[in-house]
Design a protein around this ligand. Structure first.
Ligand code: FPP
Length: 279
């Protein structure tokens, strides 16, 4: 059996990617709950940090392939607000790993036209991590390829709480009237303002939970649960997730017939434009 970490030859990989691009829509925004690092390590009688280290290899592979496929936004849940409750040694090793990964990978991310962003309560992170993060953000700020969002010290409830505080302040100062508050306005107060909501949420390690991730933003996302632990989750499994996503019908609260009609209209309009432009 081919494991997720087995290397696919570049030519075979190109073929798989081309097929995926032709077989349907590539999600614009993919969000990932990277879970199972500890269990991956435990299964191999290794310390938990070995799972996190191997997890960084999966991050590298998934970021690279998202760029190649033309995914525009990738949001990785790298450290949650709740993760601060973990043993101090694990937190400190995770922070060091994160710092090193940022230091080692920023140049490559930059060469690959990736733009780094963060969401979360960044000020709670150790100063050295913040420094590496700001360096990566600054260095990559003009890149136009994949937007990589690292969710660090992040939780959906934290995001909503902060948004509500700022919104309440603006109402209090008369900057916005209560009757003008809409879903669009609320979205602009969240840490993900100007980022389209995720089309696809992937969670690894077979758990069926959102775990306080992008609570507002995931309202209509397609959810894909992979049984594979994150350190094993390499491009092969991402291809499977996207292929599964392409088979779904996203109805956004409508009925199937309405979606089919919209698809027909879009396809007719595209054919019409091709016809009149002679393409
Ligand atoms: C969940 O596995 C994983 C984490 C809490 C950390 C994820 C971090 C990385 C993969 C490394 C740093 C990332 C970047 C962006 C460079 P778990 O420990 O909860 O696993 P378990 O549920 O099996 O115990």
């Amino acid at each position: 059996m081919i494991s997720g970490r087995t290397k696919i030859s570049p030519s075979e990989d190109n073929k798989i990617q081309d097929k995926l691009k032709q077989s349907g829509i590539i999600p614009v925004h993919i969000a990932v709950i990277m879970d199972g690092n500890g269990r991956w390590a435990k299964k191999r009688n290794l310390p938990r940090i070995a799972g996190h280290k191997e997890g960084v290899e999966s991050v590298r592979d998934i970021v690279e392939v998202c760029g190649q496929l033309g995914v525009k936004y990738l949001t990785l849940y790298a450290f949650s607000t709740e993760n601060w409750k973990r043993p101090k040694e694990e937190i400190s090793m995770l922070m060091r790993l994160l710092m090193r990964a940022l230091r080692d990978e920023t140049d490559k991310l930059h060469r690959n036209n990736v733009r780094v962003h963060t969401i979360g309560d960044i000020e709670t992170l150790p100063q050295e991590v913040q420094d590496e993060l700001f360096d990566a953000i600054e260095k990559t700020k003009d890149n136009t390829g994949l937007h990589l969002y690292l969710a660090l010290s992040y939780s959906g409830r934290w995001d909503l709480t902060e948004a509500i505080k700022r919104l309440a302040d603006d109402v209090h100062r008369g900057k916005i009237k209560t009757e003008y508050i809409s879903e669009e306005v609320i979205s602009q107060y969240l840490s993900t303002k100007n980022v389209p909501d995720p089309d696809l949420l992937i969670r690894t390690s077979g758990e069926f939970r959102i775990s306080n991730f992008l609570l507002w933003q995931l309202a209509y996302s397609e959810i894909y649960i992979s049984p594979v632990y994150w350190p094993e989750f390499r491009r092969k499994y991402l291809y499977e997730a996207i292929s599964d996503y392409q088979k779904r019908e996203r109805r956004f609260g409508m009925v199937s017939e309405q979606i089919q009609q919209t698809k027909q209209k879009t396809s007719y309009t595209k054919r019409f434009i091709r016809h009149v432009s002679g393409l």
